[in-house]
Design a protein around this ligand. Structure first.
Ligand code: SF4
Length: 400
């Protein structure tokens, strides 16, 4: 494990404070997490047989179960994943496994929804802990987005221009309701790998883009890859009338960014970059585009989770890398590349607390329930929402 030690000042293992436990997903934050308690008895985390119980339950289910593990999941869970990947890859992997009756999604709620949308009607998608939500996805509710659309429609009508000039582009990290909204209004979904292509496509369809829900991915892509000026973008605050913007601002912006962000990637600051450069002068700073624009500007490389993984695979032995993404993944990458010096960009712990809610006891409980013929924590998307979400997802797949 080459993640830098506390003494070196880059990464500190958490002590068992309430905050650290929350960040590690061992405690609940009712203000930021949604969902319900798991019904039934969870095995105790101290049960020494958990690994063996998970393996036995998975073996008993055989081909009937397909376990998906997102890159940000804990190692104790990832060891039981049939495939790992980002949210979209995993949803597609599940769709390519129609023989799997049960798809156990070790990730967060919006990912399981996407898997349900893309899998067949006979496949049942299960999320081991229903409280594994995503704070970013929760920052854009269907009601807020409809209200925003009404505002934009009223403005377009006053201007005599028609709302068709506004194209919604929604990040994969959004609820099924937001994906369906996007499909209903002729927009597309994007991932952090194809956001540039999605935006270019959208500007061929209309004049203005409403980008949901991650302001940073939208801004970073527009400025870095489409050559926009910061002033071409405005930030729509759903808690303020008119989004906190004047009619002129809303009318003239090329890109309307929803005021959402990832609570994990949003933690990295310019100071983190400065400090790591001071500690390791030849370090390459590699960050995810969900990071703030100031951080992205200071980084050497910017890209999706898959890009981060591939960049480190291709890096020369002996090179040093500071990575600005979720800590479970960074630690796994550090383990996988002992010939490189891989450090975490922030000094403090930076797990995705909701991702971390999926732990071994929840996985064991889920698998053993399936063995007993009981489907727990099933995630379903209603047919109407699924139909329009699929439209927006298919548009993404058809991007040039
Ligand atoms: S890392 Fe960020 S975007 Fe991903 S699930 Fe966690 S809060 Fe959501």
């Amino acid at each position: 494990m080459t993640v830098t030690t506390e003494a070196e000042g880059v990464f500190a293992e958490p002590s068992a404070t309430p905050l650290a436990l929350l960040l590690l997903g061992q405690a609940a934050d009712p203000h930021s997490e949604r969902g319900v308690e798991c019904p039934g008895d969870l095995p105790a985390p101290s049960d020494p047989d958990l690994v063996q119980r998970a393996a036995a339950a998975k073996a008993a289910l055989g081909e009937r179960v397909f376990v998906l593990g997102h890159h940000y999941q804990r190692d104790e869970v990832v060891q039981f994943a049939d495939v790992t990947g980002d949210s979209f890859k995993l949803a597609r992997d599940a769709a390519a496994r129609p023989q799997a009756e049960y798809v156990v999604f070790c990730g967060v709620h919006f990912m399981a929804e996407s898997a349900d949308i893309l899998t067949g009607p006979d496949q049942q998608v299960v999320l081991p802990d229903l409280a594994a939500g995503c704070s970013m996805a929760d920052m854009a509710t269907a009601e807020q987005v409809e209200q925003c659309w009404d505002t934009l429609t009223a403005l377009a009508e006053r201007d005599g221009r028609g709302i068709e000039r506004v194209i919604p582009v929604s990040y994969m990290n959004s609820s099924a309701d937001i994906k369906a909204f996007t499909g209903r209004h002729g927009g597309t979904i994007c991932t952090s790998s194809n956001a540039e292509r999605a935006l270019r496509w959208a500007y061929e369809q209309g004049e203005q883009v409403l980008f949901l829900p991650d302001q940073h991915l939208g801004r970073n892509t527009a400025i870095r890859q489409l050559g926009f000026a910061p002033s071409d973008c405005v930030l729509y605050n759903p808690y303020k009338p008119n989004g906190g913007l004047t009619d002129a601002q809303l009318r003239e912006a090329k890109l309307i960014l929803w005021r959402g962000h990832c609570s994990v990637h949003g933690r990295f600051t310019e100071q983190c970059v400065d400090e790591v450069r001071e500690l390791i002068p030849d370090v390459n700073v590699l960050v995810h585009p969900e990071c703030r624009h100031e951080v992205v500007q200071k980084a050497d490389y910017v890209g999706s989770t898959e890009y981060i993984i591939k960049t480190l695979e291709a890096a020369a032995p002996g090179t040093a890398w500071a990575i600005g993404t979720e800590l479970n993944l960074v630690r796994r990458l550090a383990d996988a590349h002992p010939d490189k010096r891989i450090v975490f960009l922030d000094k403090s712990v930076c797990y995705c607390s909701t991702m971390n809610r999926i732990d071994l006891p929840h996985l064991v409980w889920t698998l053993e329930s399936l063995v007993a013929g009981k489907v727990v924590n099933r995630i379903t998307v209603d047919p109407e929402t699924a139909r329009y979400s699929r439209l927006a997802l298919e548009q993404m797949l058809a991007l040039p």
